[in-house]
Design a binder for this molecule. Structure first.
Ligand code: SAM
Ligand code: ZN
Length: 670
């Protein structure tokens, strides 16, 4: 450890590069000078001439070929490297986002060139951004988006130029009109399947760097690069590296950073955010749904800096916790950043990861000024999706000290009643506008009384969560149109189009949702149909939609007292048996409704996709579709908590049952 630390402190990037390359793949394209066929469906199809080249380095009969999209990987019979076929949805969705990103980036670049040509007033970087505009309409960012551009020779490679905030002021004369193909970092690549699909399937993509810290994975990835032929060889390179160190030592170098971890991505977020260029995109998966959905709130807090709640909306809350974490990156406590070297005012940052507890060091002593860059970065989500057994978010990353002030406006705590389904959001910050100036102040609070005004029970408090929009509808519609125009290039087309259709109909500015079944369970009444309930909400003057995370979800801007009035009116026509008076349902029903609900069917009570019978939710293609434990692994309760009991239910567990470990003791309102 100490020698690594010494090398890192005294060396430069060469240190990392020398550790990252083995002679086998210093430049993968050199090894691929012999022509390989682009299309193979099985090893048997390879003639001896094709096989020789690969067979020289390994025995082909030990492998089976897995094809996904236009890429193929060789899977060793021993299955040493992570591969999960159910992640096809994840990879297809990412390809769809990548295609849209490339086209938007091009449009933004063209718009930037046009702005540069037109003489006009200059905008100062610190100009206050309208926080309302940021919160309500994330598309504003796209209009004045930061398109990174090719760096002129004299500018250090360590700090690619950004036109964040004021393109004209920063970049006049420094950026070329040419837009380079986007560089992609697949930070946790395993077999390299994802990196290979990106390289082979996404037109206009640049270099794809695939990292893994595991030797077997890097070997497999390099084999797979060769196996996929010349395009893959020229575009994809594989490095043996710890992704965190690599990303910290390549600040603002990648247009796309993809974090696809088995488990929590939290330890990678800090470095990943720094590795993305301004206007670039971070794609991030989290599969630790048990943690994010409240099975062990304290673990979630330590990883993500947010407390989860166990409501029906927990999967959406999980998305919002991950987003909030990316914006505020609490994991910086585990890393030290040394600003070692100044060259033409551009700092080269060398990062070393040390467990603070190992060294018994005091956290405060590492709060160094070199964090300044990170503090100026902020995110704009374009797509946030819960699919299968994980959440995945796609966020643009920008730098602006001015816009950073808006962060507290985009975060909220959540009060969730322990007795009924009511929840309330408590924003962390607010603004006061006077004339043309904006003041940033702490949020007003508390937004709720000590006891629930509907049922009299207490609240649990969760969060903070990202409470600004999590999807950009313009992006979602572009992605949908794009995938429909090339259906046959998406093996998971049906699934991803169903999810995107569902997202396209969600109310974008309403965080979390209610469940009709839970409302009815609280009152112990028969449930109204979704159409009847939606109609009553619409007839009362409010908006309502579904959510892609749950077919029974109801997103609405109607306040909780209106919701309960509608349910009280429903129960008047559908009476319930008397319940003990202290039950939440009895307390709610003891009050007379203020609003007289109108259950007449409203035209908008059925979504457009529903009306056209377009699929919004699809069943899994096979039983136990989801995460798999690596072959030969001993199954523990950790696997169950990460993967869910379903995924491991055919295996014997090695330790205590999950029910004992996961019990929080708190009541679950759902
Ligand atoms: C879930 S797999 C990646 C799957 C891949 N993205 C795909 O789509 O097929 C996660 C990989 O991350 C690697 N990994 C975990 N921690 C890492 C780190 N600190 N640096 C680099 N790789 C890491 C593991 O070795 C594993 O191969
Ligand atoms: Zn309540």
């Amino acid at each position: 450890m100490l020698s690594i630390l010494f090398e890192a402190l005294t060396g430069s990037r060469a240190f990392l590069k020398s550790r990252s390359f083995s002679p086998l793949c210093r430049h993968s394209h050199h090894l691929c000078s012999r022509k390989l066929p682009n299309e193979r469906s099985s090893v048997e199809e390879m003639g001896p001439a094709d096989g020789d080249h690969l067979a020289a380095s390994f025995n082909l009969s030990d492998f089976t070929v897995i094809r996904e999209g236009e890429a193929e990987i060789l899977m060793h019979v021993g299955n040493e490297v992570f591969y999960n076929k159910s992640q096809i949805n994840n990879r297809d969705m990412s390809i769809a986002v990548l295609r849209t990103f490339i086209s938007k980036r091009k449009q933004e670049h063209e718009a930037m060139l046009l702005r540069r040509k037109k003489p006009g007033p200059k905008v100062a970087e610190e100009t206050a951004v309208d926080p309302e505009a940021i919160i309500m309409d994330s598309t504003t960012h796209n209009e004045k988006s930061n398109v990174h551009c090719e760096v002129a020779q004299e500018i250090s490679q360590d700090e690619p130029c950004s036109i964040s905030g004021d393109p004209a002021a920063h970049q006049e004369g420094k950026c070329r009109a040419e837009l380079k193909p986007p560089r992609v970092l697949e930070a946790l690549s395993a077999s390299g399947l994802r990196a290979l699909r990106y390289a082979r399937e996404v037109d206009g993509i640049g270099q794809v760097v695939a990292l893994d810290k595991d030797n077997a994975c890097v070997e497999a990835c390099r084999r797979n690069i060769k196996f996929n032929g010349s395009v893959a060889c020229s575009k994809v390179e594989s490095h043996l590296a710890d992704a965190r160190v690599y990303m910290l030592t390549h600040p603002k170098e990648f247009d796309v950073v993809d974090l696809d971890r088995y488990g929590s991505p939290s330890v990678f977020l800090d470095s990943a955010v720094q590795s993305v260029v301004d206007g670039g995109i971070l794609m991030c998966t989290a599969t630790d749904m048990a943690v994010l959905c409240g099975n062990s709130g304290e673990v979630c807090y330590s990883k993500y800096g947010s407390y989860p709640l166990r409501g029906k909306y927990c999967h959406e809350m999980a998305l919002r916790i991950v987003l909030s974490c990316i914006e505020v990156t609490p994991e910086r406590k585990t890393l030290l950043v040394f600003a070692l070297h100044c060259k033409q005012n551009h700092r080269v940052l060398i990062a070393v990861f040390i467990s603070l507890s190992d060294l018994s060091l005091n956290l405060e002593s590492f709060e160094m000024q070199s964090h300044a860059n990170r503090y100026k970065r902020y995110i704009v989500p374009v797509l946030s999706v819960h699919m299968d057994f994980y959440v995945r978010v796609f966020v643009r990353i920008y730098t602006s000290a001015g816009a950073m002030k808006n962060t507290p406006l985009k975060l909220s705590y959540v009060y969730q009643c322990t007795g009924c389904d009511s929840f309330h959001l408590q924003p962390i910050g607010r603004t006061v506008s006077k004339n043309s100036s904006v003041r940033y102040l702490p949020g007003f609070g508390p937004v709720v009384d000590q006891e629930c005004s509907d049922c009299g029970k207490n609240y649990n408090m969760g969060g903070p969560i990202w409470s600004a929009p999590i999807n950009d509808l313009e992006w979602i519609n572009s992605i949908l149109a794009d995938i429909k125009s090339m259906k046959n290039r998406y093996p998971a087309f049906d699934r991803i189009s169903a999810v995107l259709t569902s997202i396209s109909e969600e109310l974008p500015d309403v965080p979390l949702f209610l469940s009709l079944h839970s409302l009815s369970a609280t009152l112990k009444c028969t449930s109204p149909s979704a159409v009847i309930f939606r109609s009553a909400v619409i007839n009362a003057g409010y908006r309502i939609s579904g959510s892609h995370v749950n077919p029974l979800a109801l997103k609405t801007d109607a306040p909780m007292d209106v919701i309960w009035d509608i349910m009280r009116c429903w129960v008047k026509n559908h009476p319930v048996k008397a319940q003990p008076p202290d039950q939440a349902g009895s307390v709610i029903l003891a009050k007379e409704p203020v609003l007289q609900a109108n259950f007449t069917r409203a035209a908008a009570s059925v979504s457009k996709a529903q009306a056209k019978k377009v699929a919004r939710f699809l069943p899994n293609p096979e039983r136990h579709w989801g995460p798999k434990v690596r072959a030969g692994r001993h199954i523990t309760s950790k696997h169950i908590s990460l993967l869910g009991a379903d995924a491991v239910n055919e295996h014997e567990t090695g330790d205590e049952p999950p029910s004992k470990r996961n019990k929080t003791g708190e009541s679950d309102p759902s």
